[in-house]
Design a protein around this ligand. Sequence first.
Ligand SMILES: [Zn+2]
Length: 257
Amino acid sequence: MQIEINAVPALNDNYIWVIHTAAHDHCVVIDPGEAAPIIRWLEQHHKRPAAILLTHHHYDHVNGVEALNNQFNPKIWGPVDERMPEDTQPLSEGDHVDIPELELNFEVLEVPAHTRSHIAFFGHQMLFCGDTLFSAGCGRLFEGTPAQMLAALDKLGALPGDTRVYCGHEYSQSNCEFALQVEPENSALQTRAEQVKKLREHDRVTLPTTIAEERRYNPFMRTRETDVIAAAKSIEPEIESAPEAVLGAIRRWKDAH
Ligand SMILES: [Zn+2]
């Protein structure tokens, strides 16, 4: 069975991800932050969602749920959080989401940091990680600590290197520009930055990335590297060398950017 993944652009820079196959009328929709573009896509491709997977409660990931629910009545899966849309079936670490209509099964990974209940979905060599891991970046720490983001990125970083990573936003270009300030000598990062720049010049999607690639150039996954520690200390000289301290300093540096 050939699985296809489409990125449906929504709002400013969100992606609604759709998993589908040529053989099935059903599809899976991840983080529908806006109703109109995903409903247009579904109509054009003659698909209907069997399931909606939600990574966290932010409006730009869930605002399309109600319209999809009214029109298609799919199963809705997401984290345990009272702020999730109505009818969301709650998921915790290690749970499996079974989608028999498409013969798909995803494992649930809890990755609290961007929000306190953020989850990711892993299966079929694919990771849907919302606003936790971006290419060459990570999500802002709205409800979590640097230590929690470190734990989340360590957990995702331990997945097989060939895992394809589908992030919630098109942030790769600004992330690469910032990452080059942290690690200007990183040749894998230089190559990725060039590739991303070319893709964006043509308004192309820079995702998916892979876990193996991110390990090579994502500064937030490289907080144990000498160059990254040195860069963090050049901004906040008083911090310790512990990876959570380095991650915190780099995150604050990026936030001030
Ligand atoms: Zn978010």
